[in-house]
Design a protein. Structure first.
Length: 288
């Protein structure tokens, strides 16, 4: 008689335990032994690096502040975290936000940065260290697409005719624009007008009006919003939108302007139709 139990013990269902020579790692009681930590370590490191890369690409990325143009809000050497997730869902920069953006072209000089070593390249690749190869800038959004922005010497910055109270974030002793008055500038749709908080030490939109876009930055160049100072620890703070940008008049003025355009187009389209209808009625009466 055939030993059926021996057949079952030889590996039923084609399922193998995967151990070398068919031997499983078990203790005396028959329970499987846990894997060695050193065997698990490479897998854990690989997963951690993959997660870091995904976070950098789709969620959050660290950037280092290279200059004094955003003082006192940001200091040279600060590390900020930038939200890269919401732009994937169609979110656009808003007034008052601090944003990181790629050089639109002509904003930064061509001075070569020191060549990073292998470790720096690797850390920047996975998002644990800012890249020295990318030409990025950080400024505050003052106006968005559809806005009209201007500033005369001795006066405040105005957006859609509404003056901004910028004392909360402008560098102490600075004026809103006395070093470089501008405007009025009509910001194109899909673009932003940016300025540094240290107005007398910031080469921002005001200084690039001769370039394509009249000093504005396309939303496509925006990496994301800087929302927190993460390093050094004693500098940790959030980067909220200043209250002056919550004035109802800012959005209302822009909304009226944008709402008027479709109305005007509708009126322009209706006029030919009315004239055509009147002409037909006149012809009908004449024929009758």
């Amino acid at each position: 008689m055939t030993d059926r139990s021996a057949e079952r013990g030889s590996g039923s269902g084609g399922i193998h335990d995967g151990d070398k020579d068919g031997e499983s790692e078990t203790d005396g009681s028959g329970a499987r032994k846990p894997r060695s930590f050193w065997k698990e370590l490479p897998l854990l490191i690989g997963i951690a690096l993959l997660l870091a890369l995904l976070i950098k690409t789709f969620l959050v990325q660290a950037f280092s502040i290279p200059s004094d143009s955003m003082q006192d809000t940001l200091q040279r050497g600060d590390r900020v975290l930038v939200d890269k997730l919401t732009p994937w869902f169609g979110s656009e920069p808003e007034r008052g936000e601090v944003v990181v953006f790629h050089d639109p072209g002509g904003w930064l000089d061509d001075t070569q940065a020191p060549e990073p070593n292998v470790a720096q390249r690797f850390l920047s690749f996975i998002g644990l260290m800012p890249s020295s190869e990318e030409k990025d800038l950080i400024k505050r959004v003052i106006a968005v697409g559809g806005d009209t922005v201007e500033c005369k010497k001795g006066e405040k910055v105005q957006v859609n005719g509404v003056p901004l109270n910028e004392t909360d974030y402008i560098y102490p002793g600075n004026t809103p624009c006395d070093d470089k008055p501008f405007g009025p500038i009509d910001v194109p749709k899909g673009s932003i007008w940016v300025m540094g908080d240290h107005r007398q030490n910031s080469l921002d939109s005001r200084y690039h009006q001769e370039l394509t876009g009249n000093g504005t930055v396309s939303n496509d160049e925006v990496v994301g919003r800087a929302f927190v100072v993460a390093w050094p620890v004693n500098r940790w703070s959030l980067l909220p939108v200043p209250g002056t940008f919550d004035q109802s008049g800012l959005s209302a003025a822009a909304s009226v302007a944008s709402a008027a355009a479709p109305g005007a187009l509708g009126l322009a389209g209706a006029v030919p139709f009315v004239l055509w209808r009147r002409r037909r009625l006149t012809r009908a009466r004449t024929a009758g």
